[in-house]
Design a protein around this ligand. Structure first.
Ligand SMILES: Nc1nc2c(ncn2[C@@H]2O[C@H](COP(=O)(O)OP(=O)(O)O)[C@@H](O)[C@H]2O)c(=O)[nH]1
Ligand SMILES: [Mg+2]
Length: 385
């Protein structure tokens, strides 16, 4: 199974038109994907490419449209490039003869405003690049995107910039030797012959931690609980069957894949407190269900059917529930009483945090699928995270 894009380090290539962004992107990717051209504005939408880069391992490179594009389509391209800022973990800013220092300064400010680590690269024409500030000049790495001279230095710099990220789902919840029961109902929406990402990641982590896991679904859970009783240290369930599991679990430590996943991508404390907004919803409220997947997903059933059904049961048929699917830009969340986001397995942690920060800025509470289901079925205070 391949890791979805969301879990890999994303590196964006930014810079003015014709500075050699696509050439560098191709050199880093080691093959020709982005169109390189003398004509300005050749790269329109961002281009994403998975590759391996030194000790960084698997990364996603993102080629963008130049930000001094003055053509008719330029505005849309710049907007698309700006939305990439939320999706990358490191930015490369390219400068060359074609550089306009005013634009570069503007973009350095965007990087800073988003706390986005960046590296400045002078492509081929170091001498003529008119930086007077020696402090900045020392920070610039010189490359020749075409011949790949200097690229090793750039890769070494990127390696040193890798953000520390806790990729653990289970954090402190499981220790060596624990017995963990995984409840994984495989309904019609489940992919053929494999587990969905949060489940597969959990199994892998349990193996790494030398914990022992038992896999079951609702039809066999009672049997497992009868057989292993007090030896069970934790039950992790699909959140769609929270309340059923809680009834069978008889006070055992309980959590869900999506709640664990929420902690990996977003700020779990904020997402849990965001769910408190559900206490004050009524039939006049407006709910936004937000999916980050760009393709037809296995969560469709949870976001489009299960959660709306639970909400309507509790607050009435008239309550407004809107759905938005957006993998790129932070969607418009204004005017809603709560936003319920999917687990975000296809987007980066930065992208998820950009959504949470935006919601916070406009005063709209945000929670996620798993936490919302736990809240709606009355088991939120019974789960650990
Ligand atoms: N000589 C030389 N030409 C380059 C270099 N990098 C890019 N170019 C050329 O500059 C033009 C624009 O490059 P491109 O990568 O499409 O720029 P972008 O608009 O920033 O993506 C192309 O003709 C490239 O072949 C370089 O390092 N050396
Ligand atoms: Mg280009």
């Amino acid at each position: 199974m391949t890791m979805p894009k969301g879990n890999k380090l994303h590196i964006g290539v930014f810079g003015g038109v014709n500075t050699g962004k696509s050439t560098l992107f191709n050199s880093l990717a080691g093959e020709c994907i982005a169109i390189v051209s003398d004509e300005k504005g050749t790269t329109t939408d961002a281009v994403y490419k998975a590759t391996e880069l030194g000790s960084l391992g698997a990364v996603i490179l993102v080629d963008t449209a130049g930000f001094n594009d003055e053509t008719e389509l330029g505005k849309d391209r710049i907007k698309a490039t700006k939305s990439v800022l939320d999706n990358v973990d490191i930015a490369i800013l390219i400068m060359s003869d074609n550089t306009n220092i005013d634009y570069d300064s503007e973009w350095l400010q965007y990087f800073s405003a988003k706390d986005l680590p960046y590296v400045m690269v002078s492509n081929n024409h170091d001498e003529s690049y008119s930086v007077t500030d020696s402090d900045i000049k020392n920070k610039i790495i010189t490359v020749n995107a075409k011949t790949t001279a200097g690229i090793d230095t750039l890769i070494a710099k990127l390696e040193s910039m890798k953000p520390e990220r806790d990729h653990s789902l289970l954090r402190g919840l499981v220790k060596e030797g624990d017995l963990v029961v995984l409840v994984m109902p495989q309904d019609v929406g489940a992919p053929n012959s494999r587990l969905i990402l949060p489940q597969a990641m959990t199994v892998r982590e349990l193996v790494d931690k030398r914990a022992v896991s038992i896999n079951c679904d609702m039809s066999t859970l009672a049997q497992v609980v009868d057989k292993y009783g007090d030896s069970i240290d934790l039950i992790i369930t699909d959140s769609s069957v929270f309340s059923e599991v809680e009834r069978v679990a008889k006070g055992k430590r309980l959590t869900s894949f999506s709640v664990l996943y929420a902690g990996l991508k977003g700020d779990i404390t904020e997402l849990i407190s965001g769910s408190n907004a559900m206490d004050t919803l009524n039939s006049d409220s407006k709910v936004l269900i937000l999916e980050a997947c760009s393709h037809v997903t296995t969560h469709e059933d949870i976001g489009r059917v299960k959660i709306p059904r639970l909400i309507r049961q509790k607050y009435g048929e008239e309550i407004v529930i809107d759905f938005v699917r957006s993998a790129g830009q932070v969607p418009d969340m204004q005017g809603y009483d709560i936003v319920i986001h999917c687990g975000g397995c296809m987007i980066t942690a930065r992208s998820m945090m950009a959504r949470m920060n935006k919601a916070c800025e406009i005063g709209v509470p945000m929670t996620n699928y798993g936490i919302a289901i736990a809240k709606l079925t009355g088991v939120l205070d019974k789960i650990i995270y």
